[in-house]
Ligand binder design. Sequence first.
Ligand code: SF4
Ligand code: MG
Length: 320
Amino acid sequence: MKPLLEIKDLQVSFLMKDKLINAVDGVSFDIPRKKIVALVGESGSGKSVTALSVMGLIGYESGRVMNGEIIFDGQDILNMKEKKLSKIRGKDISMIYQDPMSTLNPAISVGEQIRESLLIHKMASRKDSKEISIKLMEEVGIPDSPQRYRDLPGSFSGGMRQRIMIAMALSCKPKLLIADEPTTALDVSIQAEIMNTLQDMKNRIGMSVLLITHDLGLVAQYAERAIVMYCGKVMEESSVQSLFEEPLHPYTIGLMNCIPRIDISRDELSSIPGYVPSIANYPSGCRFHDRCSEAKPVCRDKMPDLIQINEDRRVRCWLY
Ligand code: SF4
Ligand code: MG
């Protein structure tokens, strides 16, 4: 079966001081149907920009898709008219963000907002919409849903607000949910609850999820495939199982050493030295070279290609 989403050689550029800068630089990957695929990397790696391109939302802050293809369910999204795209967006592709308050309307009750989204996407009749909204609230784990239908977003905790966002995003039973750092703003204990809810809903609806995160711990637990990005480039792609059994790229290994573990105290936790270079100053050669302990002279001069190691894995590093 064809993958649900195919991204081919995507290049997204922004204009900065009269210079075109590539935030996403030749990125290709697929999202299979009914799978959770993680897009991993520190902030500034181009993950969110990739996701916004899939939503057709690039272009609002002087960014532009310069090259590539995005094929969703057999349809070319990049060359689609806005009217048709806006139907797909919200109906077949939904998105949730780190901060639900940026999307929820603080002046309208949460129940009414879910109901509105059902009606917009013609997922319920006016008559049934309230009942279905309450059922959705129950499904995503909001206690006392019938009583809380009329409450405003401000009276819910961060975790509960994220559940409300999930209910809204799933009200149209999308084929693809893009979750951009959905639990980053939440306590660790609540993170797991939200991720379990997402996984549960994914299985119930049969959708695919693009999980954008900097947290490889989440990837290990919830995703089936992972794409590791750095400075706008894919550095490694693998099934999650092989990635954790044998991480290949030094950047992936660095990220793994940052995962908090019960048997390691916080002080022993390593972090990758240095910082993600600013988008305006990507280093020459391999963009990771000035943070990489394995760097060789060639790494400074020439960018390695993303090579296929076996049918399961690709890696961009001179060591392979
Ligand atoms: Fe490190 Fe060189 Fe591999 Fe880049 S190409 S990750 S600098 S070893
Ligand atoms: Mg981001």
